[in-house]
Ligand binder design. Sequence first.
Ligand SMILES: [Zn+2]
Length: 236
Amino acid sequence: MSNEQALRRDVALANRIIERFGLSNAFGHVSARIPGTNTFYISTRRSPGLADENHLLVIDTDGKVLSGEGVPNSEFWIHARIYAARPDVGSVVHAHPPACISLTQLGEPHRVVHNQGAGFADLPEYGRIGLIRSRELGDQVATSLGGGVAVMMRGHGISTAFKDVRAATVAACFLEESARLNLGMLAAAGGDGQRIRAFTREEALLADEQTGPGARASGRAWEYYSMVAEQRPLGG
Ligand SMILES: [Zn+2]
């Protein structure tokens, strides 16, 4: 399999993972930069659960569709402008995971409460409501993300940004798992976030090195998520 085919396969699979694992249903999209360029592969304007490696679009950071058949997702600007701002980023996931959205609408920060959530200390928030359908709004999301690995988008979802598509996808799954735990702990604590024994910054750094999306162990997570995604029916 050529590098191009392998990357296309991973992008399509990553899209199906975010749908099969409940991070998005009809909406949401994963992209990957074509290495060494200002262009990226992204799924067409369909559910990520329907993504097909033979029907991806190639778009550049100015939003120009260079190849592929079909219409781009209207929020492709999130991807385009993060790639423009961050040469180190090789993949962007944008999804609408319910637990992350719930945290933003409770006005509660994401707290690091378990190992797999350790990479998401002090996440920034993009507060504006509404879809990201312009270059200017894409730039605003990229500014909120800054040099980080993820941004919470109030009442909307998340975007993750990593060096490769596997890490960005595992990160999105880990972040939603962590947000679910946050919600459960908040509920068990009667809504009092102060009762949650969140990891200290040092603890989070240690755990992130061992089990975060960028750690070697995340390869096992990708293997698991991708195999489940291939066997689970559309709609989970
Ligand atoms: Zn969205």
